[in-house]
Ligand binder design. Structure first.
Ligand code: GLN
Length: 484
């Protein structure tokens, strides 16, 4: 096969299929073979080889205009339910759980003909920033296997970065599609809360959770987003806006004003990260964009508010894993209390237990007002900060993470340092606005660095157009595959 799949976006692949340079079956086979070849990266918990190949055998190569994602190999974080398939959330407690229905993301993709080739590794219940909190062991960063790929959608990021699928979907509660995209040199989108359905996505913190696509280039990211966005009667928090139509709308836009909250760049951000970020600002400036210093006065409280709200919601959501309804059940039972206690103690990992303990505390009588209600008020202030900032700029730019990928084990002993990895991503989730992470360069160790483009509610189009501009300015940073 002479056609170069790895360096092609979905539209180019579709043309190659139409011209019979490659078949759908060859495409799916190519990615599955790579996924197996690079199994040591631990990107997949489960590869659905037979089912995927059967789906594309004899698939019609003539694609109509709305069949843009038909036959495209996709991977899903193992948090999305797929009927008849294991969905583990990388937890021992769900390690034998077979989903009884499809998540909306999985059903929309499959209805459009996309081929799910496997389920990706992740931090247990999406709690983590490194993919080290997985019952199946850490996924490895393909740029340097001694380092983490970021979390919690680490396996999805690895599958895209290493070319083990065309696109993937993760979820982002506090940064989980953006942080791993930044650490592995790819693009990802955390849509506006309510743009993509959470139905059939195992819940972590329901007021923050949002599924989002990951891809090696902006066209694929747009196509992946368009395929799943839009109202869903099964998730009453989804917006009634029509599904997005980003791919067809990608265009050159007039230079506009972009906000940068410089105050957030002063503390604890790696020099290389700041340097790369600033060189991206220069590119915008040269093209006529105005870079404006903006203030987000309450953003410094984001991590505190996030770790109260998210743990509170998680402690409630995870109460359902009781050893009775479904999931792991202990064999160490001498009474009902033991059944609950031992199933949960043996079934959950350390980080999940830490979050449940913290969340139960902040919701308990006497502390609820002092912690949870106060955090909810801080959240409102953060959202207002963004609303105010957007009155004088079209989008906001920030690095995605304070550092590049760190060593496996480096931050495990001290959860606080791990939590700090999310300092630049969580404000976005609290404000429920969209943000994208795109590659913006490499550090002195040749590890990828990402930058965020943050937008107004439901203004994903502007983010895509800005990212598209960057892709044209610096094509060498996009469509990069981290392993041969
Ligand atoms: N790292 C953050 C946490 O552990 C965010 C995780 C996420 O977005 N799912 O809570």
């Amino acid at each position: 096969m002479s056609f170069d799949i790895l360096n092609s976006n979905i539209p180019t692949i579709n043309s190659a299929i139409k011209d019979k340079k490659i078949s759908h079956r060859e495409l799916v086979d190519f990615y599955i073979k790579r996924a197996k070849k690079y199994s040591k990266l631990n990107s997949y918990i489960n590869i659905m080889e037979q089912e995927a190949l059967e789906k594309v055998t004899n698939m019609d190569p003539d694609l109509s205009a709305n069949e843009i994602i038909k036959g495209i190999p996709v991977s899903l974080k193992d948090i999305f339910l797929m009927k008849g398939h294991k969905t583990t959330c990388a937890s021992k407690i769900l390690s034998d759980h077979v989903a009884t229905y499809d998540s909306t993301v999985a059903s929309r993709l499959q209805n459009k003909g996309a081929v799910v080739i496997g389920k990706n590794n992740m931090d247990e219940f999406a709690m983590g920033s490194s993919n080290e909190h997985s019952f199946y062991g850490p996924a490895l960063n393909p740029w340097d296997e001694s380092r983490v790929p970021g979390g919690s959608s680490g396996g999805s990021a690895v599958s895209v970065s290493a070319g083990l699928c065309q696109i993937s979907y993760g979820t982002d509660t506090g940064g989980s599609v953006r942080l791993p995209a930044s650490y592995t040199g790819i693009c990802s989108l955390k849509p506006t809360y309510g743009r993509v359905s959470r139905y059939g996505v195992i819940a972590f913190a329901s007021s923050l959770d949002q599924p989002g696509p990951m891809a090696r280039n902006i066209e694929d990211l747009a196509i992946a987003f368009d395929a799943v966005s839009g109202h869903d009667p099964n998730d009453s928090n989804t917006s009634s806006l029509p599904p997005s139509n980003i791919y067809k709308g990608l265009k050159n836009i007039e230079p506009c004003t972009l906000g940068v909250p410089y105050e957030l760049l002063s503390d604890g951000i790696d020099k290389d990260v700041v340097k790369c970020f600033e060189s991206s600002l220069e590119i915008f400036k040269k093209a006529g964009y105005v870079i404006k210093d903006i203030k987000l006065p309450h953003a410094k409280h984001s991590l505190d508010a996030y770790y109260i709200i998210s743990t509170g919601e998680a402690s409630s959501n995870l109460a359902r894993y009781d050893g009775i309804r479904y999931g792991y059940r202990t064999s160490n039972i001498s009474g009902l209390k033991d059944l609950y206690e031992n199933s949960r103690s043996e079934g959950f990992g350390t980080e999940v237990k830490r979050r449940i303990a913290l969340g139960t505390f902040v919701l308990s009588a006497g502390y609820y007002d002092a912690y949870f209600v106060k955090a909810a008020k801080v959240r409102r202030l953060i959202r207002q900060d963004f609303d105010n900032a957007f009155s004088s700029c079209s989008a906001i730019l920030l690095p995605t993470a304070p550092t590049t990928a760190f060593k496996i084990g480096e931050k495990l002993a001290d959860p606080m340092t791990m939590y700090l990895s999310d300092v630049l991503t969580v404000p976005v989730n609290l404000a429920a606005i969209p943000a994208m992470s795109i590659p913006c360069g490499f550090d002195s160790k040749s590890l990828p660095i990402g930058m965020q483009i943050i937008g107004k509610h439901f203004d994903e189009m502007t983010l895509f157009n800005l990212a598209y501009f960057m892709q044209r300015q610096r094509p060498e940073l996009f469509n990069r595959v981290s392993v041969k």
